[in-house]
Design a protein around this ligand. Structure first.
Ligand code: PMT
Length: 411
């Protein structure tokens, strides 16, 4: 059966976990985003939510069994598997993940997964101990190795009272990821298997055991790039300054505090990487001396001598063997002039200039806007959620990398 509309067709599988109630909202979010949705529930999912809810929200009968003669007559399960542009399972329980990893097809949902060529997205939801169990970790790694895209899980308080990773991501986040992925899957596909190094967050330069010089970077921009790249299949290493964010799923994170620590980590991790994306707000100066004990407020004023930190990007751009270098510039005015100056001085392949000091943009905020410059070109990325901005930036980066790889093109 083929649809006459050009809407993205999402087959939503609902497995048996308490988060199944959130999947009802997920259907709405997907449909609001323009998708056509059909729902398949496992037997256990029916213990948590009724079929009627999904039927009303999706506008189509809900399938639950391979052995429903009436439903098979209307649209056989193989037809249903072919109908889907995307398979999304939310919540994906530990049991379902294990069965998928083993290639089991003992119910309608697992049979559909084997019978479909469509990209498979999983939004895991389970107790944090079950998520941390080596068996689940192995199963997830196997599925990722087959190109399955993982969405979450999120960290936080769970229905059982535990705290930790295992909560299903919010429906709006899942819907956006799938719909974005549906639109940009091909454009990001060169990232599959590509080793990338990303830096994010601020650096803290200690003054004494309780004080430091820092800045307002939350790490959100760099983490969004890491998340989108990892979801597209890149092997992402994230060197992170002190932030209050969890590492995106599938991303290897190395925590650092100061600019010198960040430089050492970047140095160690750079080998073999195809690109380095330097989104970190590295402090340009650090105290010349770190006091061993807390400085007392004896006098009316206090002077602290600052010395220059190394410029991590500029130093590594001098290497003969260097990956594609994408720098950031945080500017308040004369954005193009300053950004192009840094592009040239630091010998970068590309620079993303964001205007900071504007409400809702740049530091700390959930959204960003930027102009990206390279030798001979530029592109604007309009104000949007940092994940959307990250996706557009990665598409631009891949285009430049492809251009640079063309024989005889040194631009
Ligand atoms: O973290 P968020 O709250 O999400 O905010 C995101 C952001 C605004 C911090 C981010 O988008 C950004 O602009 N990061 C770079 C900010 C910055 O430090 O710009 P800069 O103009 O000082 O540095 C230019 C480039 O050189 C940057 O890629 C920086 O990582 C790098 N640099 C800077 C100084 C230094 N000593 N070593 C460096 O490698």
């Amino acid at each position: 059966m083929s649809s006459t509309s050009s809407a993205t067709r999402v087959l939503l599988g609902v497995a048996g976990g308490i988060a199944a109630y959130k999947s009802a909202e997920l259907v709405r979010r997907l449909r609001d985003g323009g998708a056509e949705v059909r729902v398949v529930m496992t037997e256990s999912a029916r213990q948590f939510v009724g079929e009627a809810t999904f039927q009303a929200l999706s506008g189509h009968p809900v399938r639950t069994s391979l052995w429903d003669a009436q439903a098979e007559a209307a649209m056989g399960h193989i037809e249903l598997a072919r109908w889907a542009d995307h398979l999304l399972i939310a919540p994906a329980t530990a049991d379902l993940i294990a069965r998928l990893a083993a290639g089991v097809a003992d119910d309608l949902l697992t049979t559909l997964v084997l019978a479909s060529k469509a990209p498979l997205w999983l939004a895991p939801a389970m107790n944090q101990q079950m998520w941390a169990h080596p068996a689940t970790a192995e199963n997830v790694a196997r599925l990722r190795g087959r190109g399955v895209r993982l969405l979450g899980p999120a960290d936080g308080e769970q229905a059982c009272g535990d705290i930790g990773p295992g909560r299903m991501l919010e429906p709006a986040v899942i819907a956006r990821a799938v719909l974005d992925g549906a639109g940009a899957g091909d454009e990001l596909s060169p990232l599959t298997g590509m080793p990338i190094l990303i830096s994010a967050g601020p650096t803290y330069e200690d003054i004494d055991p309780v004080r430091y010089v820092g800045n307002r970077s939350s790490g959100r921009m760099g983490y969004a790039i890491a998340e989108v790249a990892a979801q597209a299949g890149a092997e992402v290493t994230l060197v992170s300054g002190p932030v209050a964010l969890s590492a995106p799923f599938g991303v290897r994170r190395i925590n650092v505090r100061s600019a010198l620590e960040m430089q050492a980590a970047v140095d160690t991790e750079l080998e073999g990487k195809a690109a380095f994306i330097s989104a970190a707000a590295v402090a340009d100066f650090r105290p010349a001396v770190v006091a061993g004990s807390k400085i007392k407020k004896g006098d009316a004023s206090l002077s602290i001598e600052l010395v220059r930190n190394p410029d991590i990007l500029a130093e590594l751009s001098e290497r003969a063997e260097r990956p594609f270098l994408l720098g950031f510039a945080a500017e308040t005015d004369d954005v193009e002039q300053h950004a192009r100056g840094k592009l040239a001085r630091k010998r970068l392949d590309m620079i993303a200039a964001n205007r900071v000091g504007v409400d809702g943009c740049g530091f700390e905020s959930a959204e960003n806007a930027m102009t990206v410059y390279w030798n001979g070109g530029e592109a604007d990325i309009a104000l949007a959620d940092k994940r959307d901005v990250a996706r557009q930036l990665l598409i631009l980066m891949l285009a430049r990398m492809a251009e640079a790889a063309k024989p005889g093109d040194a631009a």
